[in-house]
Design a protein. Structure first.
Length: 317
């Protein structure tokens, strides 16, 4: 029988209060101390909401991350913050990582960006090394070499997080579903992920695919003996295109993070039953398909409430 679990992932939208405080701080109208208090308030509110909904794992919301790469780039020797770049086909932007030379991560400088949570529930989202390598600029090495070096950097970071008590690490991978893949590249992706898994044998690992149809990549991973939880954006991927009886647990992206319409609980329950019947995972994790920060904070909160209600419905069965 499939166990139903639940978590969120990625960046969460800042409240209007925090967004205004950030603008005021940039204009020197607000002290950094008060801004820090506003960050803490959003963080505390999100943790309280996740606990109220009984989510199995907790995320911090990444309120102080300017984008998914920035804190890592800023504390890694051999990387620089580059030009403002559009995040796929969304209205969000990131600073492109620029690769300059041999990389050396000062992991201790990143602790501020990973506020400690309950160890048995502490979950962290990181950029997939594949997406990181694909979106980075500069560098004189081949893609595979860059991927290998970025994997090493993330390996140092994930080992550090494991020592701090993180129990679940998720890698977000939008590049492959959005742009497609060559089999040789997917082989490199699996090698990278396997290397990270060996570095952190006691940590739950997952990869979340979104922004595109991931049926082909899921089928490839199933045939390759891939070890890890696989996240699927079910707003871009039809369940009819997926193989039956997949050999890994599934993180089902059933809450749409790019549309403000609040999902129907009953419709989602019917869909979840279809997923369980066809795929038969040992564990089905209910989650958002991509980062919630593409939505206003109030809408994200309502969607998270919906996700929690569905999870708690299955928890009582």
């Amino acid at each position: 029988m499939t166990k139903i679990s639940c978590f969120i992932h990625g960046s969460y939208p800042r409240s209007e209060k925090l967004a205004q405080a950030s603008r005021d701080a940039e204009r020197k109208r607000l002290t950094q101390k008060i801004l820090g208090m506003r960050f803490r308030e959003d963080f505390t509110d999100l943790i309280k909401l996740q606990k109220k909904l009984n989510l199995e794992f907790l995320e911090d919301g990444k309120f102080e991350w300017q984008d998914i790469f920035r804190p890592i780039v800023e504390v890694t020797e051999g990387m620089e913050v580059g030009p403002l770049t559009r995040w796929f086909d969304n209205n969000n932007f990131y600073r492109q990582p620029i690769l300059k030379g041999k990389f050396s991560l000062d992991k201790n400088k990143l602790d501020h960006f990973f506020p400690a949570l309950s160890k048995e529930k502490w979950k962290v989202t990181l950029p997939s090394p594949f997406t990181f390598a694909k979106l980075a600029g500069g560098g004189s090495l081949s893609f595979d070499k860059n991927l290998s070096e970025i994997t090493n950097v993330l390996g140092v970071l994930t080992a550090h997080l494991e020592k701090r008590g993180v129990s679940f690490i998720q890698f977000n991978e939008p590049f492959i579903p959005y742009y497609g893949f060559k089999k040789s590249e997917l082989s490199s992706f699996i090698k990278s992920f396997s290397k990270l898994k060996k570095t952190n044998p006691n940590t739950i690992f997952s990869v979340q695919f979104f922004f595109g149809d991931c049926a082909d990549v899921v089928s490839y991973l199933a045939d390759s003996g891939f070890l890890g939880i696989v996240g699927i954006d079910f707003y871009k991927t039809s369940i009819s295109k997926l193989p039956r009886d997949l050999p890994f647990d599934i993180a089902a992206g059933i809450i749409e993070s790019r549309n403000s319409l609040i999902e129907s609980e009953e419709v989602l329950k019917v869909f979840i039953e279809k997923v369980v019947k066809k795929i038969k995972p040992d564990v089905l994790y209910l989650t958002n398909n991509s980062d919630f920060d593409l939505l206003p904070a109030q809408v994200a909160n309502e969607k998270l409430e919906t996700l929690g209600k569905i999870y708690n419905y299955y928890s009582k069965i």
